[in-house]
Design a protein around this ligand. Structure first.
Ligand code: ARG
Length: 478
């Protein structure tokens, strides 16, 4: 048997490994870089330090560390956190990841007390804890931006509760709607996303620490102490599951992808509406850019980019699902690949929500253009059919009659409301003067006066309820 050999500079290309004891030769230089995650997981340093403080405090309370060790660990971690925040920390690839970089720095600072920090803990439960803490904050930040965006939508909807625009199906003019009502449809989509964020947060807010490498630890730990110090609502009940599953990250990415899908749909409409062909709205110059060759251009870059970014968000979700699908219990190094897609989904979502929250209140509606567009395209044809039904016809007969009237309008290039009563009567003699009440745009929207309908009165009520629902949706308590 070889005699135990202290790792030396001849053995390792760089620093000594925290796990180097059983190894005969140093890590291949390429493998060292290939297996390292410090380049991207250093963003978890605050969570990693918070987890270490809580773990050490618990170890001291149960008598595994003495008070002096704990004081030194806390002081050392304070110093390291300050150094990292100030950009004075040297991250080393040979220390592999954020956890071992910080632990090595702590030991360099305080000696043996630093070496005792990892008692009863593994990087496996450590990293799972860090990601959960990180994602909890990410949920809170995303929720705050989503709320800001939704408040902007409610405000704009309030201003435009009675502004009329064409409502579309198949992107063909269908029936007139209030612009406020359209904006409230966006609000509903986002409110469900906010609810999903709230769910995601609730399910992820459990403590993995205590699971150690996979089976738990032989030290007399008290997980409830660590749990309450870190603000978790409970502990992960099974140690194998605690260190291995990343379904909470998948859930966040799924929530983010769904929200991106909604933002992308909104973007698509904004892009259409700012085009010269629609000309429904103006986006302020500060959210647009010009063309380097065509001087007349003002491009809606922000919505276009948001629409484009949905692609990477869906990709991140697919990456994580695929990452997990074949993994046996418990921890596998595969899991290190969870971070970059997750971080990217967080950054993308926060950026897109922020851009939208800033932009939406600044949208200017070209009310006359919207109105003219609704007045073209026979948007009140259904109202004429409903009118005939109220006068005693079956809906199918009414549908047929209105179809003929529309065909006449197309031939004459005029809207139904522009046909004279004499002409209208040729299609059905039960049509009277009062038909013009329903053929107007206002008559049409006002008639849809029930919960969920587009009548301006209902839009106002929906905004009031929306403000209440917005307050109640995102919950930080379990
Ligand atoms: N950097 C690792 C990760 O992100 C930390 C856990 C490593 N655990 C291990 N047994 N190699 O997953």
């Amino acid at each position: 048997m070889n005699t135990p050999e202290k790792p030396s500079s001849t053995k390792s290309s760089s620093a000594q490994k925290l796990w180097g004891g059983r190894f005969d030769e140093s890590t291949d230089e390429f493998v060292e870089a290939f297996t390292a995650s410090v380049g991207f997981d250093q963003r978890l340093y605050r969570q990693d330090i918070a987890g270490s403080r809580a773990h050490a405090t618990m170890l001291q309370k149960v008598g595994v560390l003495d008070a002096d060790d704990l004081a030194q660990i806390n002081a050392g971690l304070d110093q390291i956190e300050a150094d990292i925040s100030a950009g004075n920390f040297e991250w080393s690839v040979s220390r592999e990841d954020v956890h071992m970089n910080i632990e090595a720095a702590l030991t360099a600072l305080i000696g043996d007390a630093g070496k005792r920090l990892h008692t009863g803990r593994s990087r496996n439960d450590q990293v799972a804890t860090d990601i959960r803490l990180y994602l909890r904050d990410a949920c809170d930040e995303a929720a705050a931006e989503a709320v800001r965006l939704m408040e902007g939508l409610l405000q704009l909807a309030d201003k435009h509760s009675a502004t009329i625009m064409p409502g579309f199906t198949h992107l063909q003019t269908a029936q007139p709607v209030s612009f406020g009502h359209h904006l409230l449809a966006w609000f509903e989509m986002l409110l469900r996303d906010l609810d999903r964020l709230s769910d995601t947060r609730r399910r992820l807010n459990k403590l993995p620490l205590g699971a150690a490498a996979l089976a738990g630890t032989s030290y007399p730990i008290d997980r409830s102490i660590t749990q309450s110090l870190l603000g978790f609502d409970g502990v992960c009940e099974n140690s194998l599951d605690a260190v291995s599953d990343r379904d909470f990250a998948i859930e966040f990415c799924a929530t983010a992808a769904t929200c991106q899908m909604h933002l992308s749909r909104m973007s698509e409409e904004l892009v259409l509406w700012t085009s010269a062909q629609f000309n429904f709205i103006e986006l302020p110059d500060r959210f647009c850019t010009g063309s380097s060759i065509m001087p007349q251009k003002k491009n809606p870059d922000v919505p276009e980019l948001v629409r484009g970014k949905s692609g990477r968000s869906y990709g991140n979700l697919m990456s994580l699902l695929t990452l997990m699908k074949g993994q046996p219990l418990a921890y596998n190094k595969d899991n290190q690949e969870d971070k970059e897609p997750l971080f990217d989904s967080v950054d993308t979502l926060l950026g897109c929500l922020r851009a939208f929250a800033d932009m939406v209140p600044a949208i200017e509606a070209n009310e006359n253009v919207m109105r003219d567009a609704a007045a073209r395209g026979f948007s009140t044809a259904t109202d004429l059919a409903d009118y005939l039904v109220r006068k005693g016809l079956t809906f199918r007969d009414a549908h047929e009659i209105v179809g003929l009237a529309v065909r006449h309008g197309v031939e004459q290039d005029c809207d139904l409301s522009e046909l004279s009563i004499e002409v209208l009567k040729q299609f059905s003699d039960i049509i009277e003067e009062d038909v013009f009440d329903v053929l107007t745009l206002e008559g049409s929207v006002n008639a849809r006066n029930h919960v969920g309908g587009t009548a301006p009165e209902q839009v106002k009520e929906a905004i009031k309820r929306g403000r209440q629902r917005l307050k109640l949706t995102y919950r930080k308590d379990a």
